[in-house]
Design a binder for this molecule. Structure first.
Ligand SMILES: *Cc1c(COP(=O)(O)O)cnc(C)c1O
Length: 341
């Protein structure tokens, strides 16, 4: 398969702003999912009374397909992402997409725009999205009986095309990213909930993100999981309903264990985060950036350097190992990757 001729130089465009020319769509009507359609990536039309516009009935996923050296295309942890989408839909009281159907939408969609999958370090970012489409502004406390599920495809470059710049993070030990009941749902509502705090932190402290630690319980940033790393150990918060259970997080933990690190899933306090910074590394994990090193914390108006202030060596090692599996450069012994064909 040759690359699409007009696949623009995605490395020069901001993440998520370039789209392949096809999308997958289905609608939930009369208590049933309609046959899936692969169609042009184009504007869609909705009533201004549509449920999602007023009451935020929505959830989404983010996963990637990678082009391997032989030209073949492979998804990374497709089933985990489908399962999480089903959980999110269920927790948002929305129609739950059938796993086989969503898999077919992703597979047929990528097959239809296969030429849009860039070569490494680029990849195709895949965004399944579910929205409540019932046209009823009186349904504030009623689930949407109708829904639209679509999957769009965005060729992306290396998240760190400007070099692996260490991140600057504000430690927030009082306010919450979202409500504890919503934490593990991948929904736009959680991003809306955290946006004003993150925006203020950017303006006041010039930070990249906010690490939320309400009640001195370090959870995650607005869009990525948090890990403490050193030469021997990887520490991250154990799973509970207050934060998003990242597929990258769990993959990195398995890899770290196999590479000989001690893996600890437990509660982390702000004091421990600052103490760890004296000698260790810290990083954020997520599908988009994979693993990004933290260079500086801001806490109560004061700056704290993390380790050398640079992208740490263990962070780099774990990131490289995961990327090598995603790109087919290291044997996938765990069944994490699935070929498109
Ligand atoms: C998607 C997401 C993550 C990262 O999850 P991955 O599966 O690793 O991409 C972390 N936190 C939040 C809030 C998210 O929405």
């Amino acid at each position: 398969m040759t690359l699409t001729k007009d696949l623009i130089d995605v490395t020069s465009k901001p993440f998520g702003t370039v789209f392949a020319d096809k999308m997958a769509v289905t609608w939930f009507r009369d208590d049933a999912w309609q046959p899936i359609q692969i169609q042009e990536m184009a504007p869609m039309s909705f009533s201004p009374a549509t449920h999602v516009f007023h009451y935020a009935s929505s959830c989404f996923e983010g996963l990637k397909a990678h082009r391997w050296a032989d030209g073949s295309v492979h998804f990374f942890r497709l089933n985990q992402h489908i399962e999480r989408m089903q959980n999110s839909a269920s927790m948002m009281c929305m129609p739950i997409p059938e796993a086989d159907m969503l898999e077919q939408m992703i597979v047929q969609g990528v097959a239809a725009c296969e030429g849009w999958v860039p070569e490494p370090p680029g990849s195709l970012y895949i965004r399944p999205t579910l929205i409540g489409t019932m046209p009823n502004i009186g349904a504030a406390a009623t689930p949407s009986k109708e829904a639209c599920l679509f999957v769009i495809f965005s060729p992306v470059g290396d998240y760190f095309s400007g070099g692996s710049r260490p991140l600057r993070i504000l430690l927030e030990d009082t306010k919450m990213r979202t409500s504890p009941e919503m934490g593990m749902i991948k929904t736009g509502a959680n991003y809306a909930s955290a946006l004003r705090l993150i925006n203020e932190a950017r303006e006041n402290y010039n930070v990249d993100q906010v690490l939320f630690a309400p009640g001195n319980d370090v959870q995650e940033t607005g869009a990525a999981n948090f890990l403490l790393i050193n030469d021997n150990e990887v520490v991250t918060k154990s799973l509970d309903a207050t934060f998003l259970h990242g597929v990258t997080r769990s993959s990195l933990l398995e890899l770290a264990y196999d590479l000989g690190y001690r893996v600890s899933e437990r509660s982390i306090t702000v004091e421990e985060v600052l103490d760890w910074a004296k000698t260790g590394e810290a990083a954020l994990s997520g599908t988009a950036a994979v693993l990004a090193g933290i260079g500086t914390y801001i806490y109560q108006g004061k700056a704290y350097q993390v380790g050398s202030g640079q992208f740490g060596p263990n962070t780099q090692k774990l990131r490289d190992a995961l990327l090598a599996i995603q790109r087919g450069e290291l044997a996938d012994t765990r069944g994490w990757t699935t070929p498109l064909r």
